[in-house]
Ligand binder design. Sequence first.
Ligand code: 5GP
Ligand code: MN
Length: 343
Amino acid sequence: MITKIIASQKITEVEELLNKHDKIAIVTHVSPDGDAIGSSLGLYHYLNDLGNSVNVIVPNSFPDFLKWIPGARDIVDYEKYPELAQKLIAEAGLIFCLDFNTPKRTCRLAPFLEAAKGEKVLIDHHPDPADFCDVAISYPALSSTSELVFRLVCRMGDFEAMSHDSATAIYTGMMTDTGAFTYNSNSAEIYCIISELLKKGIDKDLIYSNVYHNYSEGRYRMLGFILSEKMKIYSGYNSALIWLTNEEQNRYKVKKGDTEGFANLPLNIKGIIFSVFIREDNEMIKISFRSQGAFPSNKFAARCYNGGGHLNAAGGEFYGTMDEAIAIFEKALPEYADLLKER
Ligand code: 5GP
Ligand code: MN
């Protein structure tokens, strides 16, 4: 059984907004992941099918292994088409904010989002949402925003109307935010929802293959390199660090998304409960955190790098050198020694 998690009042409010507006923008976070793209396109197809004029706008590009999702080619990338992206946000009567909890997470889109006159609906599963939307559908206990989109559509009485494309996008987001249902996925209802999506005719085996059998050769060569040369284990703290410089990434011709999942790798090692991946990006250093059990990677991210996220998957940014970023991590580890001992 799928229980009614979203408050009825919120459903009514979204229905009223949809009755009022037909020019809709869907916005998601910077460096969009599978859940960001999956939830956005799941909602995009649904709203399009209802006859609205809908546009998905992303702050920057997303990985190739998400580009096969139906509708992905229609997404407007602010980095490529800044004027169009701004115009679509400014002219939308209704703006859906998907898979982020504060405008800051949309980076360079944030000022346009904040200035936009359109009414806003948040659909998200990150803790501590900022108060920037007219209606906030925020449920951090759920494993993905895509699941929330499914629940919203069903609660508006439109499961029958949900298209195959919408169902495919939603399943992709649910799958990628749970590592293909290997973590954060113990809720029985997730599998009831998958069962409903299968009734829509989705090919879940093909979706898996499209996402996880679609990496570049460079990624796999680099994987060998990092596992042998660039992974440091802090056994006293059950922790691990992987770090990659720009030069190393260039050596393996890294493209967007090629380093996806690297942060998780050390968790495969017996005893490791906290993993950190530090990577030089264009203008900053990007840090990803993964943990197992109760260790709060989001608190670590917030404290050390002004970041945030979920308990077991978080991230942050750092403006400085790689050595400085690593030093901050190594200095903080002993302060978390007690929590890192708990298995
Ligand atoms: P990833 O490591 O896959 O980039 O991000 C994992 C999770 O951490 C994301 O789903 C998001 O919730 C969070 N996250 C990543 N980067 C940042 C960041 O710079 N700031 C905040 N607040 N959260 C982040
Ligand atoms: Mn998500």
